[in-house]
Design a protein around this ligand. Structure first.
Ligand code: DHK
Length: 146
């Protein structure tokens, strides 16, 4: 894992629809806005990001495998896979880098099925309910510790 290498920003299913998808829950910023925010936050620390979004669990897992040895840290909003995917969690330990799990909404104030995460136990940190600022907070932290 490279020192001061790229930080990988991963977004799971339906996050390509940010901006138009339930704006009362997820806000009006688009996924491109989120990527720009992450780029700017990383640049303030002299770091770069790589970004990937997919609606497919397999594509996300393949991207995580490629990250081994190639990135220093991972920010992930797994979308609905947070609450369902053992396979995604298993993949996330493979790169052996710090991970921060981000949710735009406060999942604990929503339906009960959103209260459980398969990812949290293998994450260095979890951010939820801070809107898209959660991604910035995650980048700031990962730039400090990697
Ligand atoms: C995004 C999703 O797509 C949901 O499935 C999660 C998360 C919450 C978010 O708040 O960013 O339950």
């Amino acid at each position: 894992m490279p020192e001061k290498g790229p930080i990988l920003v991963l977004n799971g299913p339906n996050l390509n629809m940010l901006g138009t998808r339930q704006p009362e829950v997820y806000g009006r910023e688009t996924l491109s806005d989120v990527v720009e925010l992450c780029k700017d936050a990383a640049a303030r620390h002299g770091r770069e990001i790589e970004s990937f979004q997919s609606n497919s669990e397999g594509a996300l897992i393949d991207r995580i495998h490629q990250a081994r040895g190639a990135v220093s840290a991972i920010v992930i909003n797994p979308g609905g896979l947070t609450h369902t995917s053992v396979a995604l969690r298993d993949a996330l330990v493979i790169p052996e880098v710090p991970i921060i799990e981000v949710h735009i909404s406060n999942v604990h104030a929503r339906e009960e099925f959103r209260h459980r995460s398969f990812v949290s136990a293998i994450a260095s940190g979890v951010v939820c309910g801070l809107g898209v600022y959660g991604y910035v907070a995650a980048i700031e932290r990962l730039a400090q510790i990697t």
